[in-house]
Design a protein around this ligand. Sequence first.
Ligand code: HAM
Length: 424
Amino acid sequence: MGQKITAIKGTHDLFETELRNWRWIESEFCKLCLARGYSEIRTPYIEPTELFVRSLGESATVVGKEMYTFQDKKGLSISLRPEGTAPVVRAYIEAGLPQQTAFARFFYLGPMFRYEQPQKGRQRQFHQMGVEVFGLSTPAADCDVIALADALWRTLGMLDTTVLLLNSVGCDLCRPHYLQILVTHLQKYRSILCKECNERITTNPLRVFDCKTSQCRAQFPDFPKIIDHACADCSTHFSQLCHGLDSLHIAYELDPLLVRGLDYYKRSAFEWRAKGLGSQDALAGGGRYDKLVSELGGPEVPGIGFALGCERLLIAMEAAGLKAPVQTRLIDFLPLDSESQWLALRLQNELLRMTAHIITVNLSGASLKTQLKNASKSGVRYALIIGQAERDAGEVICKDMSTGEQKKIPFTDIAHYIQNVCHE
Ligand code: HAM
């Protein structure tokens, strides 16, 4: 026997019991997006490395430490996408859409890849569902995007277990001035801050707030906050956003330390945390990126979006006891010989053309007793038994698995009978 091959660390296989909830969140997300005028976009899993270096920032942890990067046979540096925003922006520019439409709304779902230390809720291949909106710079557009996530939590029954955190990370006008103030302040803390934060003082001081070290975090309350140094336009945008959320009855908490880990954000930054989920409680995150389209070679078009981590959402849903509605199997045909198996397959196909119910055929060739036992175990409503006697008589024995009651039904009446009992 050959040696077993196991999945790569930080990746997971998904089977039906887990996939039921996956399909549920994906379909609810798609329904909500389509109903709000978003259109789907699918971009490649591989992109030029430069796309992420230029958009997320060279000093972002995702780029510096977590990307799966390799050279292809022609020496081009390629990376597995660590997130979805930069690829969507690239595709939007490449398709010439900024020149064709005043604004555009996209949604996407799919795997992302980050070389992180795996733990519960943190994987190397994980899945995001996200939206990106182009061409709208008003606080109402921010509200609209946040309201979509809010609607998803509501649909899934998660509204009470998620908290929305909100901040403004300033713009090109006010952020440089704030950064000067922050750096001057951070210099005084050099001996207390960790090695990485000391490096961040020169490479990207805002990233200090991403530090997870408790000693560094303990100093944060003393540090100057970006929101206190926002320019008039950023302040107005932020207060109007808060006002909009209030009017939509969307609850939020102001978090002046929220800076997000990616460099492209300007103004609004937000994150949803799941209550009681432990260290990996960031369920979703997003914000405004008004310069990203032009920085990636497109015209000046504002952008905003968010992405949620599917694995984390599913963990949070499980913790809250939320499960996708299960569709029970309506019929299991139990053929007792090979001739009856062919007949059962024919009847199954005929019925499936008329109904969306789950109808299966047991092709194991096992005894009636074993087949009935399996049907009962899998929660089937009706077992339709066919042996030689039934074939000869042109009928099946229909056993109601909950009452044990049996009835003989002619082949030609099965569909009619099933339709009737389903409407009872
Ligand atoms: P992000 O905060 O890096 O933002 O990721 C969004 C979500 O992906 C996180 O809140 C988390 O739920 C999930 N996530 C991230 N890393 C992992 C991991 N290693 N394992 C499991 N889940 C993970 C972005 O990616 C931005 N592109 C969001 C955005 C869209 N901003 C604007 N538009």
